[in-house]
Every structure is written in C-alpha cells, then in structure tokens.
Design a protein around this ligand. Structure first.
Ligand code: PLP
Length: 387
C-alpha cells in the first residue's frame, strides 16, 4: 500500500477528529452525568441499593422494547446469566461465531459448555444464516427425548449466540427463523449494538434473551456494566434474583434459595448510564454522520471496502470498519496510522485460533478468515459538532 494512500486516510480522519492522539472511541459526557453521580454521593447510595438501577432497567425496556431488563456489572456477566437462563448446561454445545470478542466464548465456557463456530457473512461480519442452516441440516439429529444433538459427539445444541459485529446488525430475522424451526434458544450478543435496529426492532430483542455492554469503549457507558434483555418478564425476574446472590427478600434476614451471583450493577454506575441513555439517540445520529463522511471518502478508494449496514437496518456504527486488500496492506496501514497518533486496530484473533478453543467444532470458516486478514477499525467516537 502506498504511503500517500494511507496519509490521505489519516487526513480525512484528522479532518473529523482534529489534531493530537485520536483514540478509537472515547466516552462523551455532556448531559446529566455529574448531577446524577453527585446525587448518589450526596445520598450515600453508591452501591447495591438505589433508584438509578431500577431507572436504567426501565429506560432500557422502554428504549429496546424488551419486557424486562436486568442490569449487571458488565456485559460478560450479562451473557453468562443470559446463557444460564436459556438453559445452557455442563457439556452442551453453543452455536456462535469466531468473529467476536473473547467474552462471548468465555461466558459459554463459564456454563461448562463449548462454543461451536459458524461462519459469518462477509457483508455484516455477523453469523451467516445460510451457513447455520446448512450446518444444522448436515450435522445434527434429534434424540428420543427431543434434544437436538451433534452427530459425532452426541452433545446437545443448547443455544445460538450470534453477535452484531461493531454495531452492524447481522441477518437476525433469518437466524431467528432457523432457531425457531430447530427449537434452539437464541441469545443475542448485542454487546456492541445498543442503538442498532433491524427492521425496526432493537438488536437483542429478536430471541428470548439478549445482552448489551456498557463498557467504557462502547457507544454509551456506565464505566463498567451490562444489561440482559428479556422477552418474558418472569424469566427476567428470575435472572434478577440470580444476579443478586439469590437473596430471598426480607427486611433483615439473610436467606438464599440457590447459588447466586454478585452481578448486580452498582447504583453509581447506573446513575452514569441513565444520563448517557438520555443522549443515546443524539450520539447514534452523530456517529452516523461520521460514518456518512467516511463512506463518501472510501467510495472513491477503489481498493478499500467500507463496511455498511444492510438496507433494512439502522446501525449504531460503534466502530467503523474498512477492508484492506490483504494482510500485508492491513499491517502497513496499522503501523503507519498508529505511528501517527491515529488509533486503529485489526479484528480480534479469531476464536478458533486461540488455544482454549482450538479443538472446538466448526463449519467452514472462510469468510471469517477473509475478514481477519483485511478488516481494520478506524476512529469512531461521537462528534456532536461535526463541521
Ligand atoms: C461482542 C462482545 N461481547 C461481550 C462483551 C463483554 O462486555 P464487557 O466488556 O462489558 O464485559 C463485549 C465487550 O466488551 C463484546 O464486544
């Protein structure tokens, strides 16, 4: 790749984000953040009790359309509990994609299950419904008790966890249809896609369960935090119980009716999140203006592909992504941009390449391999006053 070509990209990034070091995505606090956090400090309710936890759960229900939302300490714990509520148990297999952050596979592993990798579509970078259907048709059967099992191992297929990569919705309606047909619980990893909709429905609400992350690098943040979205209120209430040490409500007695988890989001984090949520739509609109600027620029670069949403979706464009012609060009690009104070990064190492998941079952993964060689994220933070 010619240095001039990379420098032209650096110039367009600097036109948007200005001089100095440019991070991939910095949080932005322009609303009621300080007011709400001060309220926590003034009232001393900074920890496991306080009104902001209820409020952020209600705000998320209203925004996403989920019947019940349960706030957690992070997106990973949200996924862990989401998978447990879907019925994932020791020895099970969970369908997911190799293009994801490690947390997806870690959460599956916490349940004692193993990931089973299904390839992604090149255009969405999310799970391919076509590959999923073909894989299920050729590699599974039903046992006498009605369980769907993998042919060679006899292990149960317990859930399907597609991920909306970098906030671009995958073909989630088709995946939902397949999961319904095979009776596989769908747990959407919507960690990166708060504010992303597919056919008018918020990501994470297509199946029974979805999970969102509010980590500091996400579109909006609670510092650290996550949310489980439930279609069924009662299932959500049970998850809440599990995330709060399974404590039986009582004014002074401490009784617990099962092994629970200390996964509740602290009030001070929820306070930050409530203020952030108030500005979510504004942030997503602002991010989409940055994306439009990039898309216009890259439409004139013949050898670079800029990743965009499917026509029927509204992506939050958490991280904007380009595809370079090959690995060599990718590495030259990463080197020169990072040397020049512009933060860029490649795709995660594919999950089946990591030592813990090397032996996991998988479909053909050529689209994932194609993307891993070429994809790079470029700065994508919220700019409210884009000129
Ligand atoms: C795809 C994906 N899943 C899960 C997580 C886990 O979220 P957290 O970092 O809040 O635990 C993240 C992000 O961090 C993510 O990108």
């Amino acid at each position: 790749m010619k240095e001039k070509e990379i420098d032209d990209i650096i110039t367009i990034i600097r036109k948007i984000y200005g001089e100095g070091f440019i991070p991939l995505h910095a949080p932005l606090f322009v609303g009621n953040e300080k007011k709400y956090i001060n309220e926590c400090i003034d009232t001393t309710f900074v920890s496991s009790v306080g009104k902001f936890v209820d409020r952020i759960e209600e705000m998320m229900s209203e925004y996403t359309g989920a019947a019940r939302c349960v706030a957690c300490v992070n997106g990973t714990s949200a996924l862990h509990v989401g998978l447990m509520m879907a019925g994932v148990r020791d020895g099970d297999l969970v369908l997911t994609q190799p293009v994801s952050f490690i947390a997806t596979c870690n959460a599956i592993s916490y349940c004692g299950a193993s990931p089973l990798f299904i390839d992604v579509d090149r255009d969405t970078m999310g799970m391919s419904p076509e590959v999923l259907r073909q894989w299920l048709e050729s590699n599974t059967h039903r046992t006498a008790d009605g369980s769907l099992v993998e042919n060679t191992t006899g292990r149960r297929i317990a859930a399907c966890v597609p991920m909306h990569t970098f906030g671009i919705p995958c073909r989630i309606d088709e995946i939902t249809e397949i999961c319904t047909q095979y009776n596989i619980p769908l747990v959407e990893d919507a960690a990166e896609s708060i504010g992303s909709f597919y056919k008018g429905k918020h990501t994470g609400t297509f199946g029974d369960i979805g999970c969102v992350s509010f980590n500091g690098n996400k579109t909006i943040t609670t510092g650290g935090g996550g949310m489980i979205l439930f279609r069924d209120k009662e299932l959500g209430d049970r998850a809440k119980h599990l995330t709060t040490q399974a404590k039986v409500p009582h004014r002074w007695e401490f009784n617990h009716d099962m092994i629970g988890y200390n996964y509740r989001m602290p009030n001070i984090n929820a306070a930050l999140g409530c203020a952030q949520l108030e500005n979510l739509e504004r942030y997503v609109e602002a991010k989409r203006k940055v994306t439009a600027r990039y898309a216009d620029f890259f439409s004139r670069q013949s050898d670079i592909e800029f990743m965009t949403e499917l026509p029927e979706s509204r992506a939050n464009y958490w991280f904007n992504t380009i595809l370079l012609p090959g690995r060599e060009e990718r590495d030259e690009f990463l080197e020169r941009t990072n040397d020049n104070g512009v933060m860029t990064r490649p795709l995660w190492t594919l999950m089946h390449r990591l030592p813990m998941f090397r032996d996991c079952l998988r479909s053909d993964l050529s689209n994932s391999e194609y993307l891993a060689e070429r994809a790079v994220n470029i700065p994508s933070g919220v700019i409210l006053d884009l000129k």
